[in-house]
Design a protein around this ligand. Sequence first.
Ligand code: GRF
Length: 194
Amino acid sequence: MKLALFASGNGSNVQAIVEAVKIGTLQAEIVGLVCDNPTAFVIERAQNAGIETFVLSPEQCANKQVWEEQVVTFLQEKGTELVVLAGFMRIVGPTLLEAFPQRITNIHPSLLPNFPGKSGIQDAFDAKVSKTGVTIHWVDAGVDTGPIICQETLNIDPNWTLEQLETRIHAIEHRLYPETLQQIIETFNKGVDS
Ligand code: GRF
């Protein structure tokens, strides 16, 4: 299956997916990285891995729809079958959603529907909850609202600092996203075979 990855910043989840493809635990082809932030470190990670990058911020376009149209053109040229948001910090609009219906996944660092939005780890930490976790879900027009594919819970030790919580959440993400993508691909393949 041909995957396109989307990211906006550091790209540690992109790196984890790239490595899973390299060692064969994720049986997919990464056809490109879409990045909306020209200064993001993830661009360097993708280039080092030999992945083609499409780097353009919506602010460089007349409006977000124009940006999405350009992104969709790139994705279609590359034969993209699944769009994988991995640290992509924008809301997906109708142009992209309609081009890839039920074909866009996202990872979020909380147990949705709790703590949606940009700072899921910090918000759970500040709320002093005893459990948080990671959610992988299908993307719809809302903010972190689409159907949940899987979740993993993390019990929070009240002595942890925010940094310690972040480290543990990211460790779960880096294992769970490649595993879940492999399961999604296997499910799609079964549907095609039967
Ligand atoms: C991750 O925690 C992801 O769940 C969230 O943004 C963060 C991105 O981290 N959506 P990275 O860029 O993959 O290192």
